[in-house]
Write a protein that binds this ligand. Structure first.
Ligand SMILES: CC(C)(COP(=O)(O)OP(=O)(O)OC[C@H]1O[C@@H](n2cnc3c(N)ncnc32)[C@H](O)[C@@H]1OP(=O)(O)O)[C@@H](O)C(=O)NCCC(=O)NCCS
Length: 149
């Protein structure tokens, strides 16, 4: 099993990240220029990529407008799932939220994604709300919160 490394995402990484996004989120992929816009806003955003075997295999990003931080995205390619990359990306976002002084970290997750929900629950996130018909196809979003304050 190969090791992985997290580092800050830059605009140059979008070339590798965008094809992963369309593969991992076929129904609700972000447009390419959204990644470019997000990584440019370093005052309120922070994004990471996970690299293994010399390529990007996962990525995540957050927004922090005090007092709230939000998980914007988190994804790992299927061939590299189950190796702790998702955990490392989530822990990076939790650490950054704390460092920026956020009171809580919020996220949205599809109701039909128990695996991601389990990852969040294990890190102390609790469901606080449901948004009906949030995703294409009428799938609801669970809003989850991690209290940091
Ligand atoms: C959710 C996701 C980011 C997790 O990434 P990952 O790198 O596999 O995460 P980890 O390896 O750190 O494992 C996280 C948990 O999943 C469990 N897991 C690992 N492989 C698994 C598998 N094949 N099936 C089910 N659960 C599995 C692990 O056991 C771990 O839980 P634990 O620590 O309690 O044992 C990844 O599955 C993913 O990108 N999914 C598609 C995109 C997505 O759903 N993103 C979230 C949108 S809100």
């Amino acid at each position: 099993m190969s090791a992985f490394e997290l580092r800050e995402m830059t605009a140059d990484d979008v070339e590798q990240v965008y094809p992963l996004e369309t593969r991992l989120f076929p129904e609700d992929a972000w447009p390419r220029d959204m990644f470019e816009a997000e990584v440019a806003q370093t005052d309120t955003r922070r994004y990471w990529v996970a690299e293994a075997d010399g390529r990007v295999v996962g990525y995540a990003g957050m927004m922090c407008v005090l007092p709230i931080a939000d998980v914007q995205t988190i994804a790992v390619v299927p061939e590299f799932e189950g190796r702790g990359i998702g955990t490392a990306l989530l822990e990076a976002m939790i650490g950054e939220s704390r460092a920026r002084g956020a009171d809580n970290l919020l996220l949205e997750v599809r109701e039909d994604n128990p695996r991601a929900q389990q990852l969040y629950t294990r890190h102390g996130f609790e469901q606080i709300h449901v948004r009906r018909n949030y995703y294409p196809g009428g799938v609801s979003a669970l809003i989850m919160e991690l209290r940091l304050a």
